[in-house]
Design a protein around this ligand. Structure first.
Ligand SMILES: Cc1cc2nc3c(=O)[nH]c(=O)nc-3n(C[C@H](O)[C@H](O)[C@H](O)COP(=O)(O)O)c2cc1C
Length: 379
C-alpha cells in the first residue's frame, strides 16, 4: 500500500516538475531547505511524514562501519550544507544523511549562477564552492538535536584562505574537525571532502604526498566516530588506486565514489543543451557522473578487498541504479540530483523497489548482493 502511495507521490511530482523548473534553481533549493527546517520543528509533522513516506523492509537493514542503517539510501553532501534537514530526512525515506560540506571559516559562495538544471541531460551545473556560514554557526544551529537516522558531517577546507599553503589548508581543516568533534552534536560519522572541483585556488589532496600528512593529523584527533572520504571521479584508475593505498594506511572506514563530473565531453550530456550553459564555470552532478562512479565503485571494491566500505554516489535516479552500484561493490548509496528530477520522495521509491530486485536474484539480505558483479567486466 505504501509502495503504491510513494510512487503516486513521485508520479505527481514528475507531472508538475516542468512548472517547478520555471523557478531558478538556487532560490528553489533555498526555499526547500527553509521549509524543511520549519516543518521539522512543527510537532507531529516529522512523524506524519514518516507514516506516509517511509518504506521499511528487513532486507534493507544493514550495518556498515559499525553504524546501523535502516536502509542504504542516503542524502549526499551538498543538498543541505547548513544542516537544516536532519529532523525530517528520515520522514522522506532516507536511511542516512551527510550534511555539509561545512568549512571552518564562513564563505558566501562563488559568483552566481551557482546551480543550473539541464533537464534533458539530467544534471545540474554546480558552482557553489563551499558556501557555508562556517562550522561554529552550523554546529550552533543543530546543537541539542537528536535524529532517527545516522547523520554525518562533511568537512572541507575554507574556500578563501589567507594563504594557500598545505600547512594553512591542513590547519583550517583540522580546526573544523576539532570543532565538530568537541561539539557534542551526535554525528554518526565524519566525511572528509577532498574532491570539490569548485575551489578558487588549487590545494590538491589528489597526490598521496599531500593527502598522507592531512590524514595523519586527522588520525591524531582520535575521532569518536568513523571517518569517510569523499573521492573524485576524474582521476585515472592508477591515481585512484594510489590514493586508496594511502587511505588504507590510516583509520578510514569508508570511501564515497564520488563527487562531481568535471569533463564536459561526457557522453551523457545532450550537447545542444550543454551549449546553453557553455559560458558558466562549474561542474556536473547526476547522469554525467553515473558511469564513472559505477566504474570506480567496482575498481575500489576489487582494490581494497574489504578493508574499506564503499559508498556509491553519482547518477542514482531509480532502484535499478542503486542496485547496480550495490552489485558493483557499494554497501551504501547516496544521491542529490534525483531529489530534483524524480522528487523529494525518491529515496522512499528506491526503498520500495529494491526488495523485489534483491528477491528476484535470490538474495535474502542486501549485504549478500554487495560486490557480486565486481569481478564481471561486462557489467
Ligand atoms: C547543488 C549541489 C551541491 C553539492 N555540494 C557538495 C558539497 O558541498 N560537498 C560534497 O561532497 N559534494 C557536493 N555535491 C556532490 C554530491 O554530493 C554528489 O557527489 C554528486 O552530485 C553526484 O551525485 P548525484 O548524481 O546523485 O547528484 C553537490 C552536488 C550538488 C548537486
Amino acid at each position: 500500500m505504501k509502495k503504491i502511495f510513494v510512487h503516486f507521490v513521485g508520479g505527481a511530482y514528475r507531472t508538475v516538475a516542468p512548472l517547478i523548473f520555471l523557478v531558478d534553481s538556487e532560490p528553489a533549493h533555498d526555499f526547500v531547505l527553509d521549509m524543511s527546517e520549519f516543518m521539522g520543528k512543527i510537532s507531529g509533522v516529522p512523524a506524519l511524514m514518516r507514516a506516509c513516506l517511509r518504506v521499511s523492509h528487513p532486507i534493507l537493514k544493514t550495518t556498515v562501519a559499525g553504524i546501523d542503517f535502516e536502509n542504504p539510501v542516503g542524502l549526499a553532501a551538498g543538498f543541505d550544507h547548513e544542516a537544516q534537514m536532519p529532523r525530517i530526512v528520515d520522514g522522506i525515506g532516507f536511511g542516512f544523511q551527510t550534511v555539509g560540506t561545512v568549512t571552518n571559516g564562513a564563505y558566501e559562495g562563488n559568483p552566481y549562477p551557482r546551480i543550473k538544471r539541464l533537464v534533458k541531460s539530467r544534471t545540474m551545473l554546480v558552482y557553489k564552492g563551499f558556501k557555508s556560514t562556517g562550522m561554529s554557526a552550523v554546529l550552533a544551529r543543530i546543537k541539542g538535536e537528536t535524529w532517527r537516522v545516522p547523520i554525518g558531517i562533511s568537512i572541507g577546507r575554507t574556500n578563501p584562505l589567507k594563504e594557500y599553503t598545505y600547512e594553512a589548508a591542513n590547519a583550517d581543516i583540522i580546526e573544523a574537525f576539532t570543532k565538530a568533534r568537541d561539539s557534542g552534536v551526535p554525528f554518526s560519522y565524519f566525511e572528509l571532502n577532498i574532491s570539490c572541483p569548485n575551489m578558487l585556488h588549487e590545494i590538491s589532496y589528489y597526490q598521496p604526498d599531500h593527502l598522507a600528512p592531512l590524514l595523519a593529523l586527522i588520525r591524531d584527533l582520535k575521532l569518536p566516530k568513523p571517518l569517510f572520504i569523499k573521492m573524485p571521479i576524474g582521476l585515472s584508475d592508477d591515481a585512484t588506486k594510489a590514493l586508496l593505498d594511502t587511505i588504507m594506511q590510516y583509520p578510514v572506514a569508508a570511501v564515497t565514489f564520488g563527487n562531481l563530473q568535471v569533463d564536459r565531453k561526457n557522453p551523457a550530456f545532450d550537447q545542444a543543451e550543454l551549449a546553453t550553459l557553455a559560458k558558466y564555470p562549474g561542474n556536473w552532478s547526476g547522469m554525467p557522473c553515473q558511469q564513472q562512479s559505477d566504474h570506480l565503485v567496482k575498481l575500489a571494491y576489487n582494490h581494497v578487498k574489504g578493508r574499506l566500505a564503499i559508498i556509491g554516489c553519482g547518477g542514482i535516479f531509480k532502484a535499478v541504479d542503486a542496485y547496480r552500484k550495490i552489485r558493483n561493490g557499494a554497501s551504501l548509496v547516496q544521491l542529490v540530483t534525483a531529489t530534483v528530477f524524480e522528487g523529494p520522495q525518491v529515496a522512499a521509491e528506491i526503498c520500495a523497489d529494491l526488495p523485489a530486485l534483491l528477491a528476484r536474484d535470490g538474495f535474502k539480505h542486501i549485504s549478500e548482493a554487495v560486490g557480486v558483479d565486481a569481478g564481471n567486466p561486462e557489467v
